[in-house]
Design a protein around this ligand. Sequence first.
Ligand SMILES: C[S@@+](CC[C@H](N)C(=O)[O-])C[C@H]1O[C@@H](n2cnc3c(N)ncnc32)[C@H](O)[C@@H]1O
Length: 365
Amino acid sequence: MARTRRPNHKTVTKPARTASRKHEADRSERAHRGGGEQLKVSSRSGEPPTRLTLPERTGMRPVELGPLILTVEPTRDYALVDSGGGEKLERYGPLLVRRPENQAIWQPRLKPDEWWWADAVFTGDVDEEGTGRWRFPHAPLGETWPLVHDGLSYQGRFTSFRHVGVFPEQAAHWSYAEAAIRAASQKTNNPVRVLNLFGYTGIASLIAARAGAAVSHVDASKKAVGWARENQEMAGLGARPIRWICEDAIRYVEREVKRGSRYDAILLDPPKFGRGPTGEVWQLFDDLPYLLGLVRELLSDRPLFVILTAYSIRASFYALSALMGEGLRGLGGTLQSGELVIREAGDEPRLLSTSLFSRWSADHV
Ligand SMILES: C[S@@+](CC[C@H](N)C(=O)[O-])C[C@H]1O[C@@H](n2cnc3c(N)ncnc32)[C@H](O)[C@@H]1O
C-alpha cells in the first residue's frame, strides 16, 4: 500500500494563565478528553507524518434512517437528578455528585437545599490536582468508589478534569453493542472481534467482553489504560480476552490495516483534540475522515456495526452521518445518526444533550 505525505498539523499554543476558573475547567476537560495528561501541546512531531493511500469506496451508501435520539433513563446505577444554572446533580451509585454542565442553561427544578446534599462538588480549583479539585462537604471521600452498570462492577474516580471515569450517556451504545454481540456469538463458534478506539476506562470493552467478544482496546493515556485494567479485575472479567493497548489510535489502526487484521464491530469515541503517547496530535476535523477510511479497511466480511460518537463540537450529526455514509459505501446495512441525551429523574424531566453519534448496523443485526 502506497504512503503519501500526511499534512502538517497546526501548533496549538498554551492558553494564558489569566484564564478564569470556568475556562480553566473547560480547558482541563478538553485536555483530558484528549488524553493529554499535560497541557504541553505541539504539532505531530517534527517530520510531517505519512498516510496510507486507501482504495476509493464505491457502491451504494448504507440506507439512511431518520434522526435518532438515544436517551439514557434514570436507573439504580445512575441518575441525572437535576440540572440547571450551568451545573448538574447526578447520582452515581451511592454518591451524589455536583459538577459543571455547559448545556444546562435553564434553571434547576430542585431547591438549593437538595443540591446541598451533594457528596462531591467539583470546584475546578486551578492550584490543585486530582481529588484536590473536588470538595467533599459532608465526609471525606477517597479517590475511587465502587460503581455498577447493569451488573458490571467498576471504579468511579474523582479526576482533576471533573470527570468521574465514566460517560453515562454511552450506556445507550453499550446495550446496543451487547445485544448485537450476544446474538452474533450464538451463531458462530468464533468470538466476535471488537475494536474499541479512544476506549478511556474501558466500560464498553468490558461489556463487549462480557457478551463474548475478543476485544482490542486502544487509548493514548497510560493512566486511562491502567484504570481500564483495574476495572477488568473489578468486574471479574480477568480471564476474558481483552488486549489493552496504549497507543495513538491512528498509528495502531494503520498497523492493523497493514497486517490485514479484521474486526466485526468497531466503536470510536474520539475527542475533539488529543495527543498520542509519543506526541501525535489528534484533531477531529482533520483526522476523522482518514481514521474512518482506515476503519472501513478493518471491517470483516460479515461486520456487525460501527459506532462513532463526537463530544463538544460545533457540528451537526448530519456531518457525522455524511462521513459515515461515504466511508461505508458498498456495505449495505443502515445508518442512523442523532444525539445521546440523558433524561432527568423525577417530575417533568428534561433532556440533557451530551454528544452526537452515527451508527452503522448490518442488516443481520
Ligand atoms: C471521549 S474519551 C472516551 C470515552 C469512553 N469511550 C467512554 O465511553 O467512557 C476520549 C479518550 O480518547 C483518548 N485519546 C485522546 N487522543 C488519543 C489518540 N491520539 N489516540 C488514542 N486515544 C486518544 C483519551 O485518552 C480519552 O481516554
